[in-house]
Design a protein around this ligand. Structure first.
Ligand SMILES: CCCCC/C=C\C/C=C\CCCCCCCC(=O)SCCNC(=O)CCNC(=O)[C@H](O)C(C)(C)COP(=O)(O)OP(=O)(O)OC[C@H]1O[C@@H](n2cnc3c(N)ncnc32)[C@H](O)[C@@H]1OP(=O)(O)O
Ligand SMILES: CCCCCCCC/C=C\CCCCCCCC(=O)OC[C@@H](O)COP(=O)(O)O
Length: 287
């Protein structure tokens, strides 16, 4: 193929620009750094999923595949210099089904989640994740339960089937009761699906709180540095003898205990707020 004579010069200039521009952007523009890091995070997970799919496919759709995904994802915190400290892991009931509920700040929750994910535990995820290419397929193979948030009736019947599965197949379920990502320094009101699920199956609820990421991550400010995160497992909350009428109070009680711990373990003691940094590095809380 013949190229226009100046084309090589243009290509060379573009290459030089990339070679110098990308590192310069990385060092001098925190926003560019944020985008590179997030793009790499998603890209790396998609790549790992491509490797995981054939291994998981041998077993077919099976909750045991979640162990493979977990092992493959555990190193990511080192790539990003995030120290994940786990406390209270002894609170996990040793061998029985239960429902884990945890706060949901960002897709980075995957790091804390993989740190403590119990055996035979499957997350409940929005249906859209199923279409996230290789990651969606890997999730499906690992038994992730998908719900359509736009169809309440369908979501509720999926949750009711899950309640049966909890008991008959000895699995645990991980639910983000806020129902969506929330990075505003507090917790959204809890949706009640997870609590109905636990009451229907008469299994305990294990609340897990991940401390605020706002020291090292803020989407609004395009800031993503290294940092620390604490994952706190709280004592199980029994549901034996409770009925659907008890669900609203149960959900409120669990949210209250989680919010208290969230504020306690998040570095500014208030959960970080809307990651608005005041001059002097003080983080203003918006709760
Ligand atoms: C190596 C490579 C790896 C590659 C792969 C990478 C990673 C893999 C590993 C794991 C990753 C997976 C992690 C994925 C995480 C994704 C996180 C998410 O997607 S979060 C979003 C989805 N989750 C949720 O939404 C859960 C919380 N939502 C609920 O519980 C909701 O209640 C709902 C069931 C979805 C319904 O919600 P909706 O808004 O439609 O309605 P309401 O909540 O208002 O409820 C209406 C009404 O119904 C009552 N209700 C709710 N549930 C039940 C039920 N089960 N039984 C009976 N009644 C129920 C509820 O109480 C309301 O009534 P009332 O107002 O009277 O109380
Ligand atoms: C605990 C988070 C698990 C994340 C799994 C990461 C896999 C990502 C790899 C590449 C795929 C790109 C698709 C990004 C999917 C992000 C998953 C996520 O965090 O879902 C958010 C969901 O909950 C709530 O959704 P909304 O906040 O309502 O929109």
């Amino acid at each position: 193929m013949e190229l226009w004579p100046g084309a090589w010069t243009v290509l060379l200039l573009l290459l030089l620009l990339l070679l110098f521009l990308l590192p310069a952007l990385w060092f001098y523009s925190p926003s560019a750094k944020y985008f590179f890091k997030m793009a790499f995070y998603n890209g790396w997970i998609l790549f790992l999923a491509v490797l995981a799919i054939p291994v998981c496919a041998v077993r077919g759709r099976n909750v045991e595949n979640m162990k493979i995904l977990r092992l493959m994802l555990l190193h990511i915190k080192y790539l990003y210099g995030i120290r994940v400290e786990v406390r209270g892991a002894h609170h996990f009931p040793p061998s029985q089904p239960y429902v884990v509920v945890s706060n949901h700040q960002s897709s980075l929750d995957l790091l804390g989640m993989m740190e403590v994910l119990p055996g035979r535990c499957v997350p409940i995820a929005k249906r859209e994740l199923l279409w996230a290419g290789s990651a969606g397929l890997a999730c499906w193979l690992a038994g992730v339960i998908f719900i359509d948030r736009k169809r309440t009736g369908d979501a509720i019947s999926v949750m009711s089937e899950v309640a049966q599965t909890l008991l008959t197949q000895d699995v645990r379920v991980w639910v983000f009761p806020e129902g969506t990502r929330n990075h505003n320094g507090s917790m959204l009101p809890f949706k009640r699906g997870a609590f109905h699920l636990a009451v229907q199956a008469q299994v305990p609820i294990v609340p897990i709180v991940m401390s605020s990421y706002q020291d090292f991550y803020c989407k609004k400010e395009r800031r993503f540095t290294s940092g620390r995160c604490q994952v706190r497992v709280l004592p199980p909350v029994p549901t034996e003898g409770l009925t659907p009428d008890d669900v609203p109070a149960l959900a409120d009680r669990v949210r209250h205990s989680m919010l208290t711990i969230f504020r306690e373990i998040s570095t500014d003691g208030r959960g970080g707020g809307d990651c608005l940094k005041k001059p002097g590095g003080v983080v203003e809380a918006r709760l």
